[in-house]
Design a binder for this molecule. Structure first.
Ligand SMILES: Nc1nc2c(ncn2[C@@H]2O[C@H](COP(=O)(O)OP(=O)(O)OP(=O)(O)O)[C@@H](O)[C@H]2O)c(=O)[nH]1
Ligand SMILES: [Mg+2]
Length: 320
């Protein structure tokens, strides 16, 4: 509960999640398990072990910039307080990792609060939208969905099914309609009929296809014409299993629209998970949500502390 307050910046702490530990199990048992094992029996870092840790972080998708920062911070800390045991080293690593994932985002005031979802094909935009809509409706908010993915008939149909299942009204104009017009109408309807929030879905598009990216820029601008200051949040949805390509996607989408935050999906399907650090480092955007599975509760408001803890803690869960 309390997703709405958190989303609007009225509550600092993300609502607690029960599924993060299970959702990050693969990463914890994979590359982060190796990083944990690296510290086993260690009391410091020499040149060789520094290189080993560097290679481990890079192979977990952390990216060169964030990796260098982590190593420098760790060395600095070891210079100041040289002797320490394995648990203290891990604790120091956690304290270095958490701030790397913290980025402030103060949601702008706005009513209705307009959220636009963007990203390449199949990353989880529509699923994220449906989960957000479901949770917000559950908190008593008046929610509207805009089907601005008019690229495929199946996309409109997918949202229609969600809309019926969740009992949330949908604005749609069918396949082939101008996505800008759908977005415009959605916001207008929300203003007229007193909705609290409008969630607008867009078609997945390859970040390298200039005309499609320009079309997205138009959708973004049209929303601003329907309501000054909107969209209040532009969530760039990224599939955590795509690795470093995610950085190139982010760059292109940030040029086309004013992205305000990231949704990192499918973390349950990767043994790496370090792309979170690389993305925040490169884009400066906060991670707003993570996706760790197929269930409604598997979309989790992001907390850097919980995320780092779930990656680095000792694994006690059994594989399902
Ligand atoms: N395992 C897992 N699957 C996910 C997650 N998020 C989304 N999915 C799945 O990813 C698939 C694609 O999700 P969609 O929401 O349709 O993706 P999209 O970005 O809207 O796709 P397009 O509209 O075609 O661009 C679906 O099968 C989802 O169930 C997640 O966090 N974990
Ligand atoms: Mg979709």
């Amino acid at each position: 509960m309390g997703l709405w307050e958190w989303l609007r910046g009225k509550k600092a702490e993300a609502p607690p999640s029960i599924s993060i530990d299970r959702g990050l199990q693969k990463s914890r048992q994979g590359f982060w398990g190796r990083i944990r094992a690296f510290f086993s029996g260690r009391r410091g870092l020499d040149e060789a072990s520094r290189e080993e840790l560097e290679a481990l972080l890079l192979s977990a998708d952390v990216g060169p910039e964030a990796t260098e920062k982590i190593l420098l911070e760790l060395e600095k800390s070891l210079k100041a307080y040289p002797l320490c045991d394995e648990e203290t080293l891990l604790d120091r690593l956690s304290r270095i990792l958490v701030p790397l994932l913290c980025r402030n985002f103060t949601p702008p005031e706005g009513h209705p609060y307009v959220i636009l979802l963007v990203g390449v094909n199949g990353v989880g935009k529509t699923t994220t939208l449906a989960r957000l809509a479901y949770r917000l409706k559950g908190e008593g908010k008046k929610v509207l969905i805009g089907a601005a993915d008019t690229f495929r008939a199946a996309a409109v149909e997918q949202l229609r099914i969600w809309s019926e299942k969740l009992g949330i009204p949908l604005v749609e104009k069918g396949m082939g309609a101008d996505p800008g017009a759908v977005a415009y109408e959605s916001v207008q309807k929300a203003i007229k009929e007193g909705y609290d929030t409008v969630l607008i879905d867009t078609a997945g598009r390859l970040h390298t296809r200039t005309p499609l990216m320009q079309e997205l820029g138009k959708v973004y601008r049209v929303i601003g014409k329907a309501l000054s200051g909107a969209p209040h949040e532009v969530l760039l949805v990224v599939d955590a299993t795509t690795g470093q390509n995610a950085l190139r996607q982010a760059e292109a989408f940030m040029q086309a629209t004013h992205c305000t935050g990231l949704v990192l999906t499918k973390l349950d399907g990767t043994a790496k998970g370090g792309i979170a650090f690389a993305l925040v480092e490169k884009t400066g955007l906060p991670i707003r949500f993570i996706g760790v599975g197929e269930q409604a509760e598997d979309l989790i408001p992001f907390s850097a502390e919980d995320f780092v803890h779930a990656l680095l803690r000792e694994d006690s869960l059994t594989t399902p």
